[in-house]
Design a protein. Structure first.
Length: 241
């Protein structure tokens, strides 16, 4: 299994050998296909960009997505307390079943207060944001002093009107990250770091990829339509006949 720079929905592809990860014994190809993109993105955001430490509170936006479920699993196994946001009642139930510390609906009135009450005295040390502009104000509100915000996606817009004073008063760190456009040397470093730290946990069964459904490659359009309707919890996998 490995990470590609695009064109992954194909019968054959070519990647650098050091961007490959050995599939753990007993893991199916379908589960393996759900690992690299989601887990490497989440691992980079949580630990390499976000500096997550045991005991900290991490806020996850779009927690029912492929990256979100991977981040929830890794943060939990690393000893962090996860506060997950998801709009779908079904996704919230499934996140709770994963053992997430607290799951909230971001559309709930006073959600910032609910996040602060859940976080307690520690508040949210880290926020992993796949939403972007729509979540900007909430992130600044609930992050603790010296908190970190890692921007992973812009599904809710890419442009914000920023209160620089709030960032300065809380001494916040705002970090952006993307994998696709990185030099291959940086991607190799990420893959090798993940291989040393998280791949053994996948092999031991302490981490599991979340597969929403497996769809034949010839029905890829159906899979894309399901994603556009925000139906999936975790990853949708395409299978070659």
């Amino acid at each position: 299994m490995g990470i590609v720079s695009g064109g992954g929905q194909a019968e054959k592809l070519r990647i650098h050998e050091r961007l490959c990860l050995r599939i753990p014994p007993g893991m199916s190809f379908e589960d393996a296909a759900a690992v690299p993109e989601a887990f490497l993105t989440a691992y980079d955001a949580l630990f390499l960009r976000g500096g997550l430490r045991p005991g900290e509170v991490v806020l996850l936006h779009a927690a029912g997505s492929g990256v979100g479920t991977a981040a929830a699993a890794m943060a939990t196994v690393a000893g962090a307390r996860v506060v997950a946001l998801a709009r779908s009642p079904d996704k919230r139930r499934r996140l709770e079943a994963m053992g997430v510390h607290r799951v909230l609906d971001p559309a709930t009135p006073n959600v910032a207060e609910a996040i602060r009450m859940t976080s307690g005295a520690k508040a949210s040390a880290l926020a992993i944001d796949l939403i972007g502009a729509a979540a900007w104000a909430l992130n600044l509100d609930v992050l603790a002093l010296r908190g970190r915000l890692v921007l992973v996606g812009t599904m809710g817009g890419a442009k914000v009107e920023a209160d620089l004073g709030a960032i300065m008063r809380k001494r916040l760190t705002v970090v952006g990250t993307v994998l696709r456009s990185r030099p291959i040397e940086e991607k190799i470093e990420l893959v090798q770091s993940f291989s040393r730290t998280m791949l053994p946990l996948l092999a031991a069964g302490r981490l599991h990829p979340v597969v929403d459904r497996v769809v034949p490659l010839e029905d890829a359009a159906i899979a894309h339509e399901a994603m556009e309707r925000n139906e999936n919890f975790g990853k949708i996998v395409l299978k070659i006949s």
